[in-house]
Ligand binder design. Structure first.
Ligand SMILES: *[C@@H]1O[C@H](CO)[C@@H](O)[C@H](O)[C@H]1NC(C)=O
Ligand SMILES: *[C@@H]1O[C@H](CO)[C@@H](O)[C@H](O)[C@H]1NC(C)=O
Ligand SMILES: *[C@@H]1O[C@H](CO)[C@@H](O)[C@H](O)[C@H]1NC(C)=O
Ligand SMILES: *[C@@H]1O[C@H](CO)[C@@H](O)[C@H](O)[C@H]1NC(C)=O
Ligand SMILES: *[C@@H]1O[C@H](CO)[C@@H](O)[C@H](O)[C@H]1NC(C)=O
Ligand SMILES: *[C@@H]1O[C@H](CO)[C@@H](O)[C@H](O)[C@H]1NC(C)=O
Ligand SMILES: *[C@@H]1O[C@H](CO)[C@@H](O)[C@H](O)[C@H]1NC(C)=O
Ligand SMILES: *[C@@H]1O[C@H](CO)[C@@H](O)[C@H](O)[C@H]1NC(C)=O
Ligand SMILES: *[C@@H]1O[C@H](CO)[C@@H](O)[C@H](O)[C@H]1NC(C)=O
Ligand SMILES: *[C@@H]1O[C@H](CO)[C@@H](O)[C@H](O)[C@H]1NC(C)=O
Ligand SMILES: *[C@@H]1O[C@H](CO)[C@@H](O)[C@H](O)[C@H]1NC(C)=O
Ligand SMILES: *[C@@H]1O[C@H](CO)[C@@H](O)[C@H](O)[C@H]1NC(C)=O
Length: 363
């Protein structure tokens, strides 16, 4: 049947667009208030810019020569409703009462906005304390270091390692047991809570505040800007001030219709450009955020097994260099393609092509 034909088609129909990113930043050199800027971006692109991690920040800065201030899509108009985040980008915070000890603070201290954890065998719960305390902290790669406040700990971990320890799997994991085996101590982990939210509602936890200029205290400066002449670091200003701004354009689209893999492929070619390829962690994470909104248990990716060639390949001809297979999820046989789980770990599973799922197109 069509398999060989398809295979040939994919290999001859070489795409000229090297899709490496799933979103693109646009610097708009017009002075607008934050809300006017938001309206503009939503009309012309997807929304005001959001920033997932340091790589995004670098892409954002590289998209303009401008050295002034510019709005980004983060604001504090939430009435002070603070929510918890793990510091390491991409680690989702899932609340679980049993991880917390709400009476574990020092003396009569009020609840704070940073997360501390006590390491010993009995009491190992998280406690919400003031970010100003100085104590040991633990970086994501599993080194404990003395003795700073939360923000300093985060800067240190980001400069030397990755970030503060993030995610319950990590802060409760075996590595930590090894690290703490001979002592009992309290340490910062990568938990913080703030009331800042992204314009498009996503829960990206990355913050890049310029601590010399930014103060998260009571203030009427409730919109965030990037200071391009200070390495792009962020500060806040009153939302009705007029500034240039950054929009982002989303290239990844979740189609919430159930189609077989080939129908999905045709649909994307007809209405957008191509069924999605995922070639790095960043794109995987970008897709994960959207996969949660799918109405089917899996979401088709543009990755298929060729029995004739005996290998997996992306429909845009890319070889598989990044992968996120489930441990038991790969079956190499004819007529299978890859579905990403819409929930859980968002791992990849082989699925028969005649299954019908939602899918991702790139535009
Ligand atoms: C925006 O405002 C700044 C300062 O008020 C001004 O220097 C700049 O020329 C303005 N830019 C545009 C495009 O109007
Ligand atoms: C931004 O530009 C700098 C200097 O040209 C380059 O080293 C860096 O890789 C670029 N960042 C990204 C994410 O492309
Ligand atoms: C950065 O730009 C702001 C105004 O946009 C200015 O006030 C500040 O002095 C500049 N800082 C540096 C280090 O150039
Ligand atoms: C606070 O924010 C969280 C998460 O965005 C939301 O679930 C909750 O309903 C909000 N609470 C209030 C009082 O607005
Ligand atoms: C919360 O954590 C406890 C202990 O780790 C676990 O048994 C429970 O399943 C978790 N609850 C949820 C809703 O994840
Ligand atoms: C944290 O320390 C700073 C500077 O030392 C001080 O201005 C601020 O009030 C302190 N915040 C809390 C919550 O203790
Ligand atoms: C714990 O103590 C034992 C014996 O004193 C020592 O051999 C081991 O290296 C220590 N482990 C750590 C992680 O400090
Ligand atoms: C954000 O808003 C809350 C509530 O209005 C306020 O408590 C907090 O200080 C604000 N932060 C900044 C930086 O404006
Ligand atoms: C914000 O606060 C500053 C200083 O407290 C004040 O000068 C300014 O008028 C305020 N702006 C608004 C929009 O309330
Ligand atoms: C897609 O299929 C799932 C079951 O796999 C179903 O729950 C969902 O409602 C379907 N969505 C649409 C848009 O038909
Ligand atoms: C893979 O293994 C998990 C548990 O280890 C199981 O729940 C799941 O059904 C398995 N999936 C497949 C496709 O076999
Ligand atoms: C999908 O194809 C397999 C064999 O290729 C067949 O056994 C199965 O019944 C088909 N499923 C559907 C839903 O058509």
């Amino acid at each position: 049947r069509g398999l060989t034909q398809h295979t040939l088609l994919y290999f001859t129909n070489r795409s000229t667009f090297g899709v490496t990113q799933s979103s693109q930043y646009h610097f708009i050199a017009e002075n607008k208030s934050w809300y006017e800027a938001q309206r503009y971006c939503r009309e012309k692109y997807t929304d005001l810019a959001k920033v997932f991690d340091m790589t995004d920040m670098s892409r954002l800065r590289n998209s303009t020569q401008n050295q002034g201030e510019a709005w980004i899509g983060l604001n504090n108009n939430t009435g002070g409703n603070r929510t918890w985040h793990w510091s390491l980008p991409g680690v989702e915070y899932i609340h679980n009462d049993s991880s917390w000890d709400l009476n574990g603070r020092y003396g009569t201290e009020k609840p704070g906005n940073c997360g501390r954890k006590r390491y010993d065998n009995g009491d190992k719960k998280l406690v919400d304390v003031s970010c100003n305390h100085t104590m040991w902290f633990i970086c994501y790669d599993g080194e404990k270091i003395t003795s700073q406040n939360w923000k300093e700990g985060q800067s240190y971990c980001r400069s030397i390692y990755t970030d503060l320890a993030s995610g319950l799997n990590q802060v409760d994991g075996e590595e930590m047991k090894d690290l703490c085996i001979n002592s009992t101590f309290s340490a910062w982990v990568g938990l913080f809570r703030d009331s800042w939210r992204w314009s498009d509602g996503s829960d990206f936890s990355f913050r890049y505040w310029d601590m010399e200029l930014f103060n998260d205290e009571q203030s009427n400066k409730t919109c965030a800007m990037t200071l391009l002449n200070r390495s792009g670091k962020w500060s806040s200003d009153e939302c009705d001030r007029e500034k240039p701004f950054f929009c982002y354009d989303d290239k990844l689209i979740l189609i919430k219709e159930n189609k077989t893999w080939e129908e999905a492929l045709d649909y994307c070619r007809k209405y957008h450009r191509v069924l999605v390829s995922i070639t790095n962690h960043y794109q995987q994470r970008w897709a994960e955020v959207r996969a949660k909104n799918a109405s089917s248990p899996f979401v088709w990716l543009g990755l298929r097994y060729s029995c004739t060639l005996g290998l997996w390949f992306w429909v845009n001809d890319k070889l598989v260099c990044y992968e996120k297979w489930s441990k038991n999820g790969t079956t190499e046989e004819c007529d299978v393609a890859v579905g990403m789980q819409s929930g859980g770990q968002h791992e990849w599973f082989s699925q028969r092509e005649n299954q019908t799922y939602n899918f991702f197109c790139l535009k």
